[in-house]
Design a protein around this ligand. Structure first.
Ligand code: ATP
Length: 248
């Protein structure tokens, strides 16, 4: 399998994601069913504690399902361990390996499959694509929030995932850099071209980064549609308030 960045292979070559799941943490129940087509990112929006991150964690294989199924194209993945799902995750705080420099973080997936030297060679085009060459020898603690976000994205995509999950990708960034990073991230997500799910509290993120929105409230899907459709006919008071509020 090649670890080179793929040229933007428009929807064609990439599989879609099908999710139909039920999860629980004690008395907390979360259920959601949705599909995501390659190249048509979905934003999951909802209040605190609605279950958004848990849905991403389940897709990534970090939380077991109570019931349901997760498939990527024709591959049923919900019984597979995380490393066999081909799901890339960028967490809210851009968790990078703190003791590895940017080059070795980005090389991590290739390192699992080969020598350190080969992995560093494989990482180079990703460092170039994500404008990380000049930062390659730095530790994550020596990066700004935006740089950490780029490094985390490069690390996730260098593993050549079929599905990309982004958990609140803007929340760790200062308001001043957020709009710029949102534009940059939108380019990278489009370039990835696979099924992408993003969790956010921000309609501005959803507008810029996603084609459609799934609203999750108290563990249940209350609405799905484009932002315009939600605005025209909000299904719940939360959706109405969310879209009436000003955003960054
Ligand atoms: N590992 C866990 N153990 C117990 N409860 C959990 C666990 N993970 C999540 N929960 C609970 O599940 C519910 C959903 O949490 P989750 O983090 O998925 O919500 P969220 O919509 O992402 O919230 P936020 O917007 O605040 O990040 C919450 O009530 C949370 O306390």
């Amino acid at each position: 399998m090649s670890l080179e960045p793929r040229a933007s292979d428009a929807a064609g070559g990439r599989p879609g994601l099908q999710v139909d799941l039920a999860l629980s943490f004690g008395a907390t129940r979360i259920a959601a069913a949705f599909e995501v087509q390659p190249g048509c990112p979905l934003a999951i929006i909802g209040p605190n504690g609605a279950g958004k991150s848990s849905v991403l964690a389940a897709i990534a294989g970090l939380v077991p399902l109570d019931a349901g199924a997760i498939s990527i194209g024709s591959r049923r993945v919900d019984a597979l361990p995380p490393e066999h799902r081909r799901v890339g995750v960028v967490f809210q705080d851009y968790v990078l390996f703190p003791h590895l420099n940017v080059r070795d973080n980005v090389a991590f997936a290739a390192r699992m499959r080969g020598s350190r030297a080969a992995a560093r060679v494989a990482a180079q085009p990703w460092l170039e694509r994500y404008d990380l060459v000049s930062l390659a020898d730095r530790l994550p603690s020596e990066l700004s929030g935006g740089q950490r976000q780029r490094a985390a994205l490069a690390r996730a995509l260098a593993a050549d995932p079929d599905v990309l999950l982004l958990d609140e990708p803007m929340s760790a960034l200062d308001v001043e850099v957020r709009a710029e990073m949102r534009t940059e991230l939108a380019i990278h997500v489009r370039d990835f071209g696979g099924a992408t799910v993003l969790v956010t509290h921000s309609p501005a993120d959803a507008a810029r980064l996603a084609d459609s929105v799934l609203v999750l409230e108290a563990g249940r899907v209350t609405q799905r549609g484009t932002l315009d459709e939600l605005r025209a006919d909000p299904a719940t008071p939360y959706v109405r308030r969310l879209l009436a509020a000003s955003d960054d």
